[in-house]
Design a protein around this ligand. Structure first.
Ligand code: ZN
Ligand code: ZN
Length: 279
């Protein structure tokens, strides 16, 4: 079934006329991939449906409901209260106007039975957390036959790599100091396969790269978002004595070059010096 789709928040609440069954809410958990590419889910929902044995009348087959003696089948009774006469729903038949002498054994006279329905729900590509899909007529049934609607609320599980904000996706990629310094190509994941990302030489940590149209296709507008990939320079760990030695040697060479090699550190230490001399 393909339902109408609503944004988060509002949606539900269409109250039908008298006798219509209640609306139902179901929370459907999806992975980010399922939400982005669309999916089909089989859901099982406990629901009240019209009793087949009595066709919803509540009366044992072969018998039928009879007019309520309290209200003479009117469904309403008049109550005298002081000078006023108030009309209200009959307490014995609860406004129905009929009573059941011999109730249907399958539904105990209610006209509806509890059943677990299995539905195949088509989730359109691009749905977001909090979106609702309305399946008209798949809600609670009622004795008179009119059913409420089923609202399937989308919940998206956390993804190990990507976070999502609207149509855009975000990820972080750790890269080595050498890669950040010399530049190169890294392979990054996207939801539609792998992509190559060119890291320019002298890229600083936290630099964000934008991959156009590698985000999510909007379920309503069809516009496609972008993927934002932030590089994080990873400090090497578990270095051997030899590696540390080389790194110190390399660092000494950098220091000899002064602000040429690390302009930010130099300007920062200048600011620090002037901070201590002025205060
Ligand atoms: Zn029945
Ligand atoms: Zn009555």
């Amino acid at each position: 079934i393909f339902g109408d789709i609503f944004g988060g928040g509002g949606g539900g609440g269409r109250r039908g006329g008298a006798g219509r069954g209640a609306d139902l809410q179901y929370t459907l958990e999806l992975s980010l991939e399922e939400a982005v590419h669309g999916s089909e889910s089989r859901i099982r929902i406990p629901s009240q449906v019209r009793c087949d044995t009595c066709n919803g009348s509540g009366a044992r087959p072969g018998t039928s409901p009879t007019a309520c003696p309290t209200c003479n089948g009117q469904g309403q009774v008049r109550m005298q209260q002081g000078f006023f006469s108030i009309q209200q729903a009959c307490p014995d038949c609860r406004g129905r106007g009929t009573v059941i002498q011999s109730p249907c054994s399958d539904c105990s006279g209610s006209g509806t039975v509890q059943k677990t329905k299995t539905l195949q729900v088509k989730v359109p590509a691009g749905v977001d957390d909090g979106d609702q899909i309305r399946l008209a007529g798949e809600g609670q049934g009622s004795a008179s036959g009119g059913s409420g609607d089923l609202y399937v609320q989308i919940r998206i599980r956390q993804h190990p790599i990507f976070s999502r904000d609207g149509d855009n996706l975000y990820c972080e990629m750790p890269i080595s100091i050498a890669m950040a310094t010399l530049g190169g190509e890294i392979e990054i994941p996207t939801l539609s396969g792998r992509a190559q990302l060119k890291v320019p030489p002298e890229s600083q940590s936290e630099r964000v790269f934008r991959l156009k149209s590698k985000g999510v296709r909007n379920v309503r507008s069809g516009a496609v978002g972008d993927l934002f990939c932030k590089i994080k320079i990873e400090t090497p760990v578990n270095l051997s004595r030899k590696q540390k030695e080389l790194l110190r040697e390399f660092d000494d060479m950098l220091k000899a070059g002064g602000e040429r090699h690390s302009p930010r550190e130099s300007s920062w230490s200048d600011r620090l010096k002037s901070f201590f001399t002025t205060s």
